[in-house]
Design a protein around this ligand. Structure first.
Ligand SMILES: [Zn+2]
Length: 74
């Protein structure tokens, strides 16, 4: 009776590292530069979309408040 070993897991598709552009597994740290997998292809980019506009809105709000204070006290 021969023992059948389970097939090895399929190799993960390598994606280019967002920092150093070397192909790497998107679920593990980049072995070259140590980039953590937070910026994987299926994770939202924090510097695009709603978060970016939210940050721009906060900056505009702070700018407007500062402008108002300066205009009223000058
Ligand atoms: Zn890298």
């Amino acid at each position: 009776m021969s023992e059948v070993s389970p097939p090895p897991p399929p190799p993960a598709t390598l994606v280019p590292c967002p920092l150093c552009a070397l192909p790497k597994d998107p679920e593990v740290r980049c072995p070259s530069c140590g980039m953590t997998p937070e910026f994987g292809p299926d994770r939202p980019n924090p510097f695009a979309g709603a978060t970016l506009w939210l940050m721009a809105g906060v900056i505009a709000l702070l700018f407007g408040a500062t402008l108002l204070v300066v205009a009223l006290t000058a």
